[in-house]
Write a protein that binds this ligand. Structure first.
Ligand code: C2E
Ligand code: MG
Ligand code: MG
Ligand code: MG
Length: 273
């Protein structure tokens, strides 16, 4: 089934090797070639309504289909894209794919809100806004159906520049989500200062409920206090889903529903519903 399709599909090759100087240089050269050879693929993981299971959105997650290594996970190559400056190109590719995909699914009758991850270096780059605006224009996507995901650490100590950037994102009508919430400072002041509309509760809380239930519930009440949309990440079991529902968390994402899927498999899942 589509749910099984992505299982174990990612080849997590030895990250230590990628760090070794030689390996790193080779990987960097291959990474540059990967753009020419169009080896990047964007997979989509459903975001569902917790009560109904209805698919209401998706997160875009990039993979590298390497000719020898197989499907390489983002944790391996995103840091290298950041340190080499290739992240601008990769980020633009992912956002543009997501915007076009949003339109294609909407035209097929499935209006989904699609979330795209940003990395720290993209936030500091001057080109981000023009790249986003260009992709919106080219795709004709409704920006209200697109959302950018950032993490708390990206917000540290750069208030003024970021406020201006986020104001411009709001002017473009793009949504902003705080990803991996609970793993950083979980600072309420950030949530107040920045125009964040969604909190994604990190999977470590969902998966560690037997140990940190009280902490997880505190995080949920913070989100509720701030009147934010809440997404529970990493929901793998019925027990976790039951907790999510009991907490009144509206949305969830996790292997219980589906792994990140290639576009064709995601489309099949939509058609089957
Ligand atoms: P993230 O944004 O927090 O994405 C969620 C990660 O959790 C994904 O890993 C997803 O496959 C995984 N996941 C989803 N449900 C479950 C579950 O039930 N159990 C478990 N154990 N894991 C689950 P993935 O695709 O390997 O991505 C890892 C990270 O790489 C992402 O974390 C994000 O920070 C980064 N990333 C992925 N795509 C992009 C991109 O296009 N641009 C940037 N800048 N970063 C990206
Ligand atoms: Mg994310
Ligand atoms: Mg996350
Ligand atoms: Mg993450």
């Amino acid at each position: 089934s589509a749910k099984e399709g992505g299982r174990n599909a990612l080849a997590y090759y030895d990250a230590a090797m990628a760090d070794a100087v030689e390996g790193r240089t080779a990987l960097e050269a291959e990474l540059r070639l990967a753009f020419e050879r169009r080896e990047f693929e964007v997979h989509y993981q459903p975001i569902v309504e917790a009560l109904s299971g209805r698919i209401v959105g998706a997160e875009a997650l990039v993979r590298w289909r390497h000719p020898q290594r197989g499907l390489v996970a983002p944790d391996v190559f995103i840091p290298l894209c950041e340190s080499t400056g290739l992240i601008r190109r990769l980020g633009a590719l992912v956002f543009s794919s997501a915007a076009h995909q949003q339109v294609a699914w909407a035209q097929a009758g499935h209006v989904l809100r699609i979330a795209v991850n940003l990395s720290a270096r993209q936030l500091r780059g001057a080109e981000l806004l023009s790249d986003l605006a260009a992709a919106l224009r080219a795709s004709g996507a409704d920006p209200r159906q697109l959302q950018l995901e950032i993490t708390e650490s990206m917000l540290l100590g750069q208030d003024n520049e970021l406020l201006a950037l986020f104001q411009s994102l709001q002017d473009l009508h793009l949504g902003l989500a705080l990803d991996d919430f609970g793993t950083g400072y979980s600072n309420l002041a950030y949530l107040q200062r920045f125009p964040i509309d969604t909190l994604k509760i990190d999977k470590t809380f969902i998966q560690g409920l037997q140990n940190n239930r009280a902490l997880a519930e505190l995080i949920v009440s913070m989100a509720r206090l701030m009147r934010l949309r809440v997404v529970a990440e990493g929901v793998e079991t019925q027990e976790q889903l039951a907790w999510v529902r009991a907490q009144g968390i509206e949305f969830c994402q996790g292997y219980l529903f589906a792994r990140p899927l290639p576009v064709a498999d995601f489309g099949a899942l939509l058609a089957a519903r």
